[in-house]
Ligand binder design. Structure first.
Ligand SMILES: Nc1nc2c([nH]c(=O)n2[C@H]2C[C@H](O)[C@@H](COP(=O)(O)OP(=O)(O)OP(=O)(O)O)O2)c(=O)[nH]1
Length: 144
């Protein structure tokens, strides 16, 4: 069974997370996701994420920690392993190079978006652990 490794970034700023809507030229058009992409040969998931976010949104991020990955099969014989990472915005202005739109979303609005099926368990996990993640980010900020 082929397992495709895909990273995605939960980028936090001011208590909201950045969500992106896939465009008509992408697979799963119109659905919401966390930006990211497939891991290339010889790169770590963290390197992949920094590269993808620069390519897709033209911003720099800092990768903080992983959350639980989710395996999802969109077609027979092929599994996507979606690997989420908590990240913070570091530098640059968002420029939509692939997605049709992005939104900074608060916890209470997370579940109202129409998510790509592979993201649903990740959104659940994020919702459940939202306050713990926020606290970790605040502690991290005071450390810096
Ligand atoms: N980046 C990302 N991809 C996701 C998410 N949820 C989800 O099902 N996917 C799927 C869509 C695609 O089938 C695959 C990732 O493909 P992609 O098109 O974003 O990645 P990529 O830029 O490296 O792909 P490519 O252009 O090289 O084909 O994972 C998500 O939250 N983020």
């Amino acid at each position: 069974m082929e397992v495709v490794l895909v990273t995605c970034a939960l980028i936090f700023l001011d208590g909201k997370v950045l969500c992106a809507q896939r465009s008509d030229s992408m697979q799963l058009p119109g659905l919401w996701e966390f930006p990211g992409g497939k891991i290339e040969k010889d790169e770590t998931p963290q390197e992949c994420l920094v590269r993808e976010i620069k390519e897709e949104l033209s911003i720099s991020i800092q990768v903080i920690c992983p959350l639980k990955p989710n395996d999802h099969s969109y077609s027979i014989g092929k599994v996507i392993r979606l690997m989420p990472f908590v990240c913070i915005w570091q530098d640059g202005e968002i420029n939509l190079l692939e997605h049709q739109s992005v939104e900074w979303v608060a916890k209470e609005n997370l579940k109202s978006l129409e998510w790509a099926p592979a993201d649903i368990p990740i959104v659940e996990d994020l919702f459940e652990n939202w306050n713990i993640i926020q606290k970790q980010l605040v502690d991290k900020n005071t450390e810096l």
